[in-house]
Write a protein that binds this ligand. Structure first.
Ligand code: AMP
Length: 379
């Protein structure tokens, strides 16, 4: 079985690494010269509308998937007419547009932050009168890791948000006073079977994910599963879907969805019975999904901007270093550390391990703020 992936960054790389154990070979279509996935499979280095590369890919592949929602929908539509192509176009279209995504959720009774569509700066003041302060102006498309977002704390901030509101279609969102940020990741097979991973609890800094911890038996697991299942069924989804959620006093609200494997699921190779990368490949290949059980408490610490000292990571018990092989640049995700946490470890021991990993990636302030309660399972 051969699966072509559109895009060749670290998500494609990790799917490629999961392939051989499943008997799946992976290739990539991506315009970059030396993308980090390229050493792990055939690479068509070509634009997403390159007819020859697309023809070769169609000839080579048995199925198609993608690693990013920022690839052209026209290509996915074209490929879907020739090969099994998952996740389906409807999911990609919704996930590329924050407004469409929120409207889909609203239609299904899946809660989100309150929102208003914004097509010009003149619409900001009335929308803020409706939503109140603080609010966030987000671009409808191509925003990620907090990019394309302007926080409005009072009417004084309208002038600062106006240029973006005039330049691109936006959505204004009420700020949610969340207790925690969680995400749920599930896979759906072509036969409609849904297999859901334990949720993870996530900490961001400067809009970038820094730390995820899986939560066995979380009180919100069932609610999160109901939300992601509703979306998957509606979209006739195939593959892995990730849903980022705000937990507000036990009530969940969707922040955004991603029709692909997700950074908050990078702990799955150590913390779950099978990984999100395996689940995605199996679903796209049209094969049945194994049950997605919890295997171990696990934490994932992102490496952002600069690489840690490998020796420092190797000295942390239960830690594995994943280096994507990308050149360092401020704010760039270069790799992650996975930490398997022993069930027998005390809260103090767990905290020490997570702190050591955070310090290794330069997040000593966050390490200092982390509490024993955060690393302790609910039961
Ligand atoms: P996003 O790019 O939409 O995932 O936003 C990045 C981060 O900004 C989120 O992980 C939250 O920490 C924060 N954020 C985004 N939207 C909201 C909101 N409506 N209320 C509160 N915080 C938000």
């Amino acid at each position: 079985m051969k699966i072509a992936i559109l895009g060749a960054g670290q998500l494609a790389q990790m799917m490629a690494q999961a392939g051989p154990a499943l008997g799946i070979e992976v290739g990539f279509l991506a315009p970059e010269q030396d993308p980090c996935a390229a050493p792990f499979g055939r690479h068509w280095q070509a634009a997403y509308d390159d007819r020859q590369a697309i023809a070769e890919l169609v000839e080579w592949a048995d199925a198609v998937t993608y690693e990013s929602e920022n690839i052209p929908t026209a290509l996915v539509e074209q490929l879907a007419g020739q090969l099994p192509t998952y996740p389906p176009l409807a999911a990609l279209t919704a996930a590329r547009d924050r407004m469409a995504e929120k409207q889909l959720c609203r239609r299904l009774g899946v809660a989100t932050a309150d929102f208003v569509g914004i097509d010009s700066a003149a619409e900001l003041a009335p929308a803020l009168a409706e939503l109140g302060y603080p609010a966030i102006l987000k671009t409808r498309s191509e925003g990620y890791d907090g990019k394309g977002q302007v926080w409005l704390r009072s009417a004084d901030d309208i002038a600062q948000a106006a240029p973006q509101a005039d330049a691109v279609p936006c959505v204004l969102e009420a700020v949610v006073g969340f207790d925690r940020e969680i995400s749920v990741i599930a896979a759906r097979a072509t036969d409609g079977t849904i297999s859901c991973f334990p949720i993870s609890e996530n900490i961001h800094r400067e809009g970038i994910l820094r730390l995820s911890l899986n939560r066995a038996n979380d009180p919100q697991q069932a609610a999160a599963e109901a939300m992601i299942s509703a979306l998957m069924v509606e979209l006739d989804y195939v593959g892995v879907l990730a849903l980022e959620l705000f937990d507000v006093g036990g009530e969940l609200r969707v922040n955004e969805m991603a029709p692909r494997v997700h950074n908050t699921g990078h702990w799955t190779p150590v913390g779950a019975a099978h990984s999100q990368f395996q689940a995605h490949l199996l679903a796209v290949a049209g094969r049945p999904l194994p049950a997605t059980g919890w295997r171990s408490d696990a934490a994932m610490i992102n490496i952002v901007g600069t690489q840690p000292e490998p020796d420092q990571v190797a000295a942390i018990p239960g830690a594995t270093l994943h280096d994507y092989g990308k050149s360092a640049r401020p704010g760039r995700k270069l790799g992650h550390i996975n930490l398997a946490l022993e069930q027998t470890a005390t809260a103090a021991e767990r905290l020490a391990l997570v702190r050591a990993a955070l310090c290794a990636v330069g997040e000593s302030t966050m390490a200092g703020q982390l509490t024993e309660a955060w690393v302790t399972p609910a039961n």
